[in-house]
Design a binder for this molecule. Structure first.
Ligand SMILES: NC(=O)c1ccc[n+]([C@@H]2O[C@H](COP(=O)([O-])OP(=O)(O)OC[C@H]3O[C@@H](n4cnc5c(N)ncnc54)[C@H](OP(=O)(O)O)[C@@H]3O)[C@@H](O)[C@H]2O)c1
Length: 238
């Protein structure tokens, strides 16, 4: 679709991939509703785009009162980029119950809850497009990333379920699955094994801008074309 004038809500738009999506979709003429917890980072995003093109809404996706505010926006949305996520890498025996609950709560349960609310509005409108930001970690498992991989496998299963159940209502669902991207998401993963693994990797990470290009492509596809899954890997990382 032509993105000019479309209204697109993006979670995790205060940083990294979500921020890059907001900038590129805005360049295509879309109106962005940018979500994140940090109002200052959302304000900085809004300040970098023409006045009025970005609305911001700060809050925690694990807060039901905040999610109800998102539900209220659903009827006006043309598309939703379900992008916010967290990770902690560590050996599986060193992950705490708090680490595990935090990742499942945000990456799976909050993502599901927000998507349900928005999808109800799209079903009512009989149109819409939802992009799930999963990961190569949704297709493979790798050392030091056990629980994160489990959350992304779960998110991918949900994406496919939403597609199956919503396609008859005129709604597209796309899963974008990037490999490693050079954002701050790993900043809280300071276990020495993780630091050693990152230091010895033999490929260059993707950029957030490269992932955003895939999101723009998916959302711009012709009406009868649904890009179901876009996998992106850094060259040489397979
Ligand atoms: N970086 C990678 O290598 C990579 C690869 C594949 C897939 N992904 C996926 O891409 C997505 C974005 O990751 P990123 O690398 O761009 O990470 P990032 O730079 O750390 O950004 C994460 C975003 O999620 C938001 N967020 C996290 N928890 C939240 C919560 N409870 N409530 C509201 N917002 C929350 C953050 O907002 P605040 O900081 O303002 O709270 C931030 O805007 C994630 O789903 C991640 O799993 C990343």
């Amino acid at each position: 679709m032509n993105l000019q004038g479309k209204t697109i809500l993006i979670t995790g738009a205060s940083a990294g991939i979500g921020r890059a999506c907001a900038l590129q979709l805005a360049q295509q003429g879309a109106h962005i509703i940018a979500l994140g917890r940090r109002q200052d980072a959302l304000d900085a995003l809004a300040a970098s785009l023409p006045k009025g093109q970005v609305r911001t809404l700060a809050g925690d996706l694990n807060d039901e009162a905040f999610v109800q505010k998102i539900d209220a926006l659903a009827p006006e949305l043309d598309a939703f980029v379900n992008n916010a996520g967290v990770l902690r890498y560590a050996p599986i025996l060193d992950l705490t119950p708090e680490d595990n609950a935090w990742m499942f709560q945000t990456n799976v349960l909050a993502a599901l809850r927000v998507t349900q609310g928005i999808a109800r509005g799209m079903v009512h409108n009989k149109r819409g497009h939802i992009v799930f930001m999963s990961s190569i970690a949704a297709r493979e498992v790798y050392r030091l990333a056990s629980v994160y991989c489990a959350t992304k496998h779960a998110l991918s299963a949900l994406a496919r379920s939403f597609r199956l159940e919503l396609q008859g209502h005129g709604i597209k669902v796309t899963e974008v699955a990037p490999g490693m991207v050079d954002t701050d998401i790993r900043a809280g993963s300071t276990h020495p094994d993780v630091l050693a693994s990152v230091a010895t990797r033999k490929f260059k990470a993707l950029t957030a801008q490269e992932v955003a290009q895939a999101v723009v492509y998916a959302l711009s596809a012709e009406p009868n074309c649904c890009p179901d899954l876009i996998e992106l890997r850094p060259q040489g990382s397979a």
